[in-house]
Design a protein around this ligand. Structure first.
Ligand code: GLN
Length: 541
């Protein structure tokens, strides 16, 4: 019998539902259960692909090429599973399916309504994700905050799930805020009470309350919450801000959340295997070394816009026993009269980030030129690879005016639209998306780092290296270290004359996990540490 856990949020947004869900997934996985995570997003976009990263944070891409909310990244990193198209259900997707069914005549003349047609479509998606993944537990996070108009059909659908599947197979977890107010920092339970009242009005009585608080919640306050919100005291779980997000599953485990959830769902009590997770958190919290890596991008003002890159760097730090200080650099600031050495002169490594459109592109090219000439370890991701190729064409191959046709017509279009993208005018879901295989060229840095001859990485792009220029790039010392199996697409490049200069057309950040750090990020941090050590021996070099 599949079990369903629903995680809702109250009081304020950005309360940490994503990390709470992901952490819960990890503690259940540590008990050997097969957990299938699922995000229900009330926005009307069909997927997150068309959303601006400034507003909404990173667009995460799954193996099967679905463009999703960044919370799926948390699920994959914490639970160590691969999400699929079914792991993300939006209002847009639900309505699209319902309207298509109506046009086909599937509803046999019925008036199509939110209840039951829309709610049935949502419930179908929830059950389906459990079935496809043969999951013991489907872990469903509902985006937004209780009280939002657009969230209502989702809340109604999960309310009905208890009726359909029984109390013993469904669990409602509500994440709320327990703030401190006034000069003495009094802990207030009223927002939580109101939030639970809101939930009850729509027919859901939360079984467990996860209370986000800056300070430990005293026993009498927990009892008060328990009394007013009608949950037993042991189901009032305090959730303090942790030093690292990866510690949250361990904190929940210490508070007994794993056993509580297992008991409530009638699952047998199992002893969790925490060895690997405890070890990685320990290493993360007390690293022996330190280095700095700059990330040059154009959405750096929003901390969530490069979430997976930030996390992949943390994972690479764990692998290298190193705290990596990340310096976020807005690519615009490297343009015009600015001197790149003021921003990049003292960093140990540089990542040039993915992106779309021409803003900040010249700054990224400048960053590549600086790190190439100053032998600073460099890792280019997607647009970062394209920037590296343009820079090399301009300054090493002598192709002045080399550029990408993404930014308009140019003299040497070293980056050009992919043949299968030429006629595409639709914006959503129309790129080269998802996992594609790549063959590694023997003896290259990429081959050595991956330790494999064939790898698979996720993609999200329209443009690629123009094969008309492959030859001239190679003649001037650039190495194509990864190609698509049909040799048509350049997937990876490197410059062997440089200590560490590597770039990929893919997005390896999406596959990095704290317990399985990605070799390209691990390689970058190792190279950064090496550079730092050398600089210490030879000051000023
Ligand atoms: N804009 C580039 C392209 O479409 C790069 C995309 C990216 O960095 N994800 O090819």
């Amino acid at each position: 019998m599949t079990k369903y856990i629903f995680v809702t949020g109250g009081v304020v947004s950005s309360i940490g539902k994503g990390i709470t869900s992901a952490s819960l997934g990890r503690i259940l996985r540590n008990r050997g259960w097969v957990v299938a995570p699922l995000k229900l997003d009330p926005y009307i976009n069909v997927d997150a692909g068309t959303m601006n990263p400034f507003q909404h944070g990173e667009v995460f891409v799954t193996d099967d090429g679905t463009e999703t909310d960044l919370d799926l990244g948390h699920y994959e990193r914490f639970i160590d599973v691969s999400c699929t198209a079914g792991s993300s259900i939006t209002t847009g997707k639900v309505y699209r399916n319902v309207i298509e069914a109506e046009r086909r005549g599937d509803y046999l003349g019925a008036t199509v309504q939110v209840i039951p047609h829309v709610t049935n479509e949502i419930k179908k998606g929830i059950v389906e994700v459990g079935r496809i993944n043969e999951a013991d537990i489907v872990l469903v996070e509902i985006g937004g905050t209780v009280g939002d108009i657009e969230g209502l059909p989702f809340l109604e659908a999960i309310r009905q799930m208890r009726k359909d599947h029984g109390k013993e197979n469904t669990l409602y977890i509500h994440v709320t805020l327990v703030p401190q107010v006034g000069p003495w920092g009094e802990i207030k339970t009223k927002p939580t009470q109101h939030s639970v009242i809101n939930m009850r009005e729509i027919g859901i009585s939360p079984d467990v309350l996860v209370c986000r608080s800056e300070v430990p919640i005293p026993a009498d306050v927990k009892e008060k919450i328990s009394l007013f919100c009608d949950v037993p005291p042991e189901a009032v779980v305090e959730s303090l801000s942790a030093e690292t997000i990866y510690e949250v599953p361990l904190l929940y485990e210490d508070l007994g959340l794993g056993d509580l959830v297992a008991d409530r769902l009638g699952l047998e009590r199992r002893t969790p295997d925490l060895t690997e997770w405890r070890d990685l958190v320990k290493r993360l919290k007390a690293p022996k070394r330190q280095c700095s890596v700059a990330v040059v991008g154009k959405y750096t003002m929003n901390g969530d816009a490069y979430k997976s890159i930030a996390e992949a760097i943390v994972h690479a730090g764990i692998a290298n026993d190193c705290r990596v200080e990340v310096r976020w650099i807005e690519s615009d600031t490297l343009e015009g009269a600015s001197d790149p050495s003021t921003l990049l002169g003292d960093v140990d490594g540089v990542v040039v980030a993915p992106g779309f459109g021409d803003r900040g592109v010249e700054g990224k090219i400048r960053a590549v030129q600086y790190v190439r000439e100053h032998r600073i370890p460099f890792f280019g991701i997607c647009l970062g690879l394209q920037m590296a190729v343009i820079e090399y064409a301009r300054h090493v191959c002598g192709l002045e005016g080399a550029n990408s046709t993404e930014f308009g017509p140019c003299r040497f279009p070293v980056i050009d639209v992919m043949p299968d993208q030429v006629d595409v005018t639709q914006k959503g879901g129309s790129m080269r998306l998802g996992a594609y295989p790549c063959n590694m060229t023997g003896g290259t840095l990429a081959h050595q780092l991956y330790g494999a001859t064939r790898i698979e990485e996720r993609h999200r792009h329209r443009y690629e290296v123009n094969n008309d220029f492959r030859e001239v790039l190679i003649e001037h010392g650039m190495v194509v270290s990864g190609v698509s199996p049909d040799y048509r697409l350049v997937e990876m490049i490197e410059v062997p004359a440089h200590p560490f200069f590597i770039a990929t057309q893919a997005h390896p950040e999406f596959k990095s996990r704290p317990n399985r750090p990605h070799p390209l990020f691990t390689g970058l941090v190792a190279a950064a540490l090496e550079k730092k050590a050398k600089a210490l021996v030879q000051p000023g070099v």
